[in-house]
Design a binder for this molecule. Sequence first.
Ligand SMILES: *[C@@H]1O[C@H](CO)[C@@H](O)[C@H](O)[C@H]1NC(C)=O
Ligand SMILES: *[C@@H]1O[C@H](CO)[C@@H](O)[C@H](O)[C@H]1NC(C)=O
Ligand SMILES: *[C@@H]1O[C@H](CO)[C@@H](O)[C@H](O)[C@H]1NC(C)=O
Length: 467
Amino acid sequence: MKMRAVSAQVLLLLLLLELVRARDCTGSSRCTGSSRRYTPDWPSLDSRPLPAWFDEAKFGVFIHWGVFSVPAWGSEWFWWHWEAEKLPAYQNFMKENYPPDFSYADFGPQFTAHFFHPDSWADLFEASGAKYVVLTTKHHEGFTNWPSPVSWNWNSKDVGPHRDLVGELGTAIRKRNIRYGLYHSLLEWFHPLYLRDKKNDFKTQYFVRAKIMPELYDLVNRYKPDLIWSDGEWEGPDTYWNSTDFLSWLYNDSPVKDVVVVNDRWGKNCSCHHGGYYNCQDKFKPETLPDHKWEMCTSIDKMSWGYRRDMMITDVASEYSIISELVQTVSLGGNYLLNIGPTKDGLIVPIFQERLLAVGKWLSINGEAIYASKPWRVQFEKNETSVWYTSKGSTVYAIFLHWPESGILSLESPIATSTTQITMLGIQNDLKWSTNPGEGLLVYLPHLPPAAVPTEFAWTLRLTGVK
Ligand SMILES: *[C@@H]1O[C@H](CO)[C@@H](O)[C@H](O)[C@H]1NC(C)=O
Ligand SMILES: *[C@@H]1O[C@H](CO)[C@@H](O)[C@H](O)[C@H]1NC(C)=O
Ligand SMILES: *[C@@H]1O[C@H](CO)[C@@H](O)[C@H](O)[C@H]1NC(C)=O
């Protein structure tokens, strides 16, 4: 009797589990569970629904850090400009500042990361409102920020920091419930095996077999990333990189198969066509709503992704331009990935801290209109106030970048109903409004002393009961 009761309970439980699983997978775009297998070709891989966390996150911080942070001059492409392109500015820089036979590898030991405290970085990123962080595990120079077993004497354990930078940052990031993404460059400018494959017109795969595949699998198994931000794909075709084989393993059998998100840089001509979400080109900014999830990556230092000592204040994006770009990106369905370059000793300079904290302060008031929002049926109205819309269920958010001189904001697109209510995020009271035939909705903005205005620019109206 007792036995039978127990097994009935077990049966019921199994039945319930099966029902939950089935519901997760029927028709909805949530079906990323183990039941589905992907084959190593683009039609199959492209059909995988993007794990939901990515679209909800909206804002991430990008970090370019490596041996290029040692010369910290020009840009993270230093080595290429100096020794492949032989640009006079870079040759002179070396002549004037380093001994004659100084090689790029000699920068390695100076990449000390001496003041790198992953928890203070992570505190800053959390305060910036970022929901994901993407770190360069290896840029085109080939130096790995983790103890890669196939990057002999050119990794952060053997040379420079003598630390596992990728692992340490990951631990700090995850303590704060921020998603962790790994940037990885497929190509390495000067790797002998890569140069050999390139000479063979990418008909051989010595480099992919010896370096790329072992490292990609190692990164995934070791650090269980939420995101792989692939780059350096543009010279070889995806068949050379074996991208579809790797991605089918990643989606079917890897330890992160249900959560991992990838971008679109998996081989020549892949970007903007295949993969997970689309980056298209760097700093890509569409004018109208794309029909595929995308991300804009951009850098606070407009001239470089890596830290450079010759950065001038006029090269630094303003708070206003960063926040308006974030708003525009989210309104058009994108994510905004904002880059900083730490110094060789692991510091984030105050101007970058200030910009990140400004985003965080703005999001602490206006985040409701950003995180987990969806594009509305209209994305923007461009006139002197520049209004960008987002939505959440039936709530519409109108973010306006300029305060109209009249104190009356005119919104063309929302249609008022008898239940329409309008508030401004960061302010208690409802706002007065009226409809004006031909002029849409007129919203009477509050008269406030400057100190009581919730943010310096880009204010959000929450509209309910509108169509
Ligand atoms: C690429 O994938 C093919 C087919 O799965 C496999 O035969 C080949 O060994 C792989 N090459 C590398 C370098 O991993
Ligand atoms: C790849 O793109 C380049 C330039 O965008 C184009 O010339 C070339 O034909 C494309 N190759 C393939 C295989 O689509
Ligand atoms: C914005 O433009 C629309 C027409 O495109 C106009 O009706 C509205 O009055 C303008 N708003 C302001 C504040 O000028």
